[in-house]
Design a protein around this ligand. Sequence first.
Ligand code: GNR
Ligand code: NI
Length: 173
Amino acid sequence: MNGTETLLILEVPAPILKAKAERVAAVDDGVRDLMERMLAAMYAAPGIGLAAPQVGVGRRVVVVDLAKEDEPPAPIRLVNPEVVWRSDEESIGEEGCLSLPGQYADVRRPESVRVAYLDEHGSPREIAAGGLLARCLQHEIDHLDGILFTDHLSALKRNMILRKLAKRRRDRD
Ligand code: GNR
Ligand code: NI
């Protein structure tokens, strides 16, 4: 990965979005640089989370920031994130994805999770989350396993979204 270039966000059907990403062996300057560039791409989009496969990098790296526009930035950088606990309680919430632009659907997921990860210094950490943060973390960790929010929908709803995206792409190109 080269220095300062703007990262492009890949859209379905990019094959890397369906692949399992590789664990990061060491949190080094290259990984820290990747996370800063992912944050820049996420803020520019704008989005509240971004996983490395979405920018063409098959490594287990995620960034998240749920701060509102009128609040100071609150970036979270996660390497090798893993859900270590999920609540039995589930909730349904609307999701979108920068790799499925303009498409939204209700997704059922555990309401709360605990996520273990390495921070940008390589130190082990855990985060307990509910609500939108829990939803976003699960959405991002899914990306690392090649799973999109559409994979949680019925085949009918999934195909509706994928057909709409294919049509949009035809109309655009
Ligand atoms: O910006 C995003 N919003 C969002 C809304 C509900 C649940 C998950 C998300 S993540 C998404 C950005 C994205 O595609 N991350 O992978
Ligand atoms: Ni996404």
